[in-house]
Write a protein that binds this ligand. Sequence first.
Ligand SMILES: [Zn+2]
Length: 183
Amino acid sequence: MADSSYALLTLDDLEEGQNVFSLELHSEDLELKDEFFTFHSLVKAEVKVRRSMDNFNLEGVVSCKIAGDCYRCLKAAEQAVEARFHLSVQRRQASPEELESAEEDGYIEIVDPGTRQVDIGEYIREAIILDLPMRLPTANVEGNCPQCGEDLTEDSNKDKQEETDPRWAALGKIEFSSSEEST
Ligand SMILES: [Zn+2]
């Protein structure tokens, strides 16, 4: 697992009510890797914590940049990724059943009454991984590649209208004109 001990949240540094803090992490430390793109080193996290006694409600926004080659034009493409996570930290005594259901839930972490720090690195990492695009680049609002301007929406229509593939259309034309000549 990622060594994320730099993403520690010190519970008693937080005041009752709303707290905001930001973290700067490194993608290497978060062990962010992907087959198709590289991660910029800097990963930023903005975390809002609402504290009520020993309940800490976290809302995080994580941002980083990824780089790779456009799958259409093969030019270098860069893209910002913004991911969100939510976590509820409860510092209290809990039964094994409660701990188990909190673990299943994935958004609740129950920690011992004596706990001073909670590591949120794994939540940041997961948030990014869940929000990664399948490939680069993601089309702009017009549905085109932001680098080469090629229409990236085409792929989603392909299964619906195979007959419009330009290669087949060209073949059809050749056959038609040659048969015309022979008559
Ligand atoms: Zn492109």
